[in-house]
Write a protein that binds this ligand. Sequence first.
Ligand SMILES: *Cc1c(COP(=O)(O)O)cnc(C)c1O
Length: 424
Amino acid sequence: MKEYAIETKCVQSGYSPKNGEPRVLPIYQSTTYKYDTSEAMAKLFDLEPGYMYTRLANPTNDAVAAKITALEGGVAGVLTSSGQAANFFSLINILGAGDHFISSATIYGGTFNLFNVTMRKLGVEVTFVDPNADEETLNAAFRPNTKAVFGETIANPSLDVLDIEKFARVAHAHGVPLIVDNTFPTPINCRPFEFGADIVTHSTTKYMEGHASTIGGAVIDSGNFDWAQNDKFPGLTTPDESYHGAVYTRDFGKAGYVTKIVAQLLRDYGSTPSPQNSFYLNIGLESLALRVERHCENAQKVAEYLSKNEKISWVNYPGLPDNKYHTLAQKYMPNGTCGVISFGVKGGRAAAEKFMNSLELAAIVTHVADARTCVLHPASSTHRQLSDAELEECGVTPDLIRFSVGIENVNDIIADIEQALAKI
Ligand SMILES: *Cc1c(COP(=O)(O)O)cnc(C)c1O
């Protein structure tokens, strides 16, 4: 397809019907596929192109993966059943027991648990680093068995902005890839590959699907990282005995990393999205550019309102000029960051609870980053499993309220906040 602008890709990429075919991406609700000969089927088990079983690949899922790959400017991508699966696969595809990776400490609570507890049980070690650390400090975190560096473009919920170029420089200096979770800005506001990230992951559950109806994830490869530059990635550069000696980098070129996720991880772990869910995700993606623009416009106005309100103790939004990440945000996301704001209410936890319980339009939900304005107290919910020290490491203070600004009329959102603050 011709290189269209990103708004056009949101609507058009991934599926191009031929003469007489359905205009809208069909839901291929089929676990299985039919072949004329057993020989034709056998070829699929040698990883020739084609469909063998929906746990590995499905035409609906593939079309949506292709759209997200186009939005990020990558060469290959795959959908997973959740963002958690996407982040897990992005790492476990290139490391295993006895290996180590480095992660920014300010990341989503679920990802923090995955890295800090579950992956340690698998024998994978992680070192959490302060994303604002200088390069010398970051370099000191590397070990001979370090295989990757991980961060979130805009951290959920601390809203720290990752200095992607700095992280890419230190990762590449040690011959390992930088993996960036780009869930909050979406490719509409930031395309991490343009700044040196090698792999991008998504929880498509958030702005991409956009309507809080469907859990999903994606892993996209830039195609820029040379896996054969050293001997750190034998899973990609030496024969896979579970596929008759296939060598992913040799046999699949720039699609090697993603092909390995499909052939090994989707096959063995089975975290495959339902084609029906991918259909909903695709409908959400069609309006992504419009929605993200409105989310950011509304969030900017809400942040400005909050920062002038005497009942609010602090406001964190990278779009505010006095925010400590404003300069980095301007560099990586000149058109806006995301619709999520965090702030503290004067009067501590009791005031925060009163405020949240008094909201009428904004609902208390676990979710974030969808069309409806919603609110959450991370320390007592999504981050409840973390100790106080871990909370601080993640950038979550006990009084932090995460406010996800929707695409309603911003005057209604601000009026709701105003009436709730009046009740404190
Ligand atoms: C929600 C979220 C995840 C986890 O995604 P699920 O789709 O809920 O599994 C990962 N990373 C970030 C930044 C998120 O916001």
